[in-house]
Design a binder for this molecule. Sequence first.
Ligand code: GLU
Length: 309
Amino acid sequence: MRELDRIVKEIADEMRRRTDRGEVATYIPELACADQQAFGLAVVDTDGHIAAAGDSDTPFSIQSISKVFTLTLALGKVGDRLWQRVGREPSGSPFNSIVQLEFERGKPRNPFINAGAIAVTDTILSGHQPREVLGELLRFIQFLADDTSITIDEAVAASEQRTGFRNIALANYMKAFGVIENPADFTLGVYFHHCAIAMSCRQLAMAARFLAHSGRNPDTGLSVVSPERARRINAIMLMCGHYDGSGEFAYRVGLPGKSGVGGGILAIAPAKASIAVWSPGLDASGNSRLGRIALEMLTQRLGWSIFGV
Ligand code: GLU
């Protein structure tokens, strides 16, 4: 057994036994159905070897992790012009904060807080129908993961559409500043649906390999984004990927990462591996509690932190 397989299995076994699992998100009612006991971990290394353990093949709601893929598409579409609409500084605020938007005259701090992600979604929507954009995004993710079975969980999307009052407020507020170009309900419809994409840890780790390999798919050698763009997406993940818990994540794990309120975390060990972990219980910042602890163990045991051992 490879060392990586052994470590991944040990961590999953340890996580199964823990009782301090955090709280499952309930503000999107459908997410409350998640099994708090679930835990999955998958790591795809440079050889394409997948070390996986626990519930690594169970699809879960990727929620804000989808923002890594929408950001990639938006940068492909408009390049650096994106930064006229969205900043790239850490926010130090909760994921759904409204107060900062008023101070900053409708320009969201970064593409990963909800306001910023809604503005990014609006960018990829412009000139298209919502259905076309969602189809394009889904095909992009399926292509990256080499798996056409990935779908959108319509029940989760409908649940957020019924209850996403804060996001509706954020979109309308940005609309008032001219930051949102399309009808706000179209942009929100696409946003709620891309947050509702369901993927397993294995699929997610596969889909993000290009970020660990300077923008290339390591299997085919084909370029997904330029090396500079991959580096910059990783930088934004490191600084902004865990909302007001981003500093703590960098301190403990030391990898670029993006969390979602479905309990998933995607993490990138540059030139080493793409990693996905899932445990639905969240900490106070809305990040997977055991997911973060598992990643801390993994990076420590393998010496994978980008800041050294
Ligand atoms: N769809 C969720 C929301 O907008 C995403 C939040 C998250 O995963 O952090 O509230």
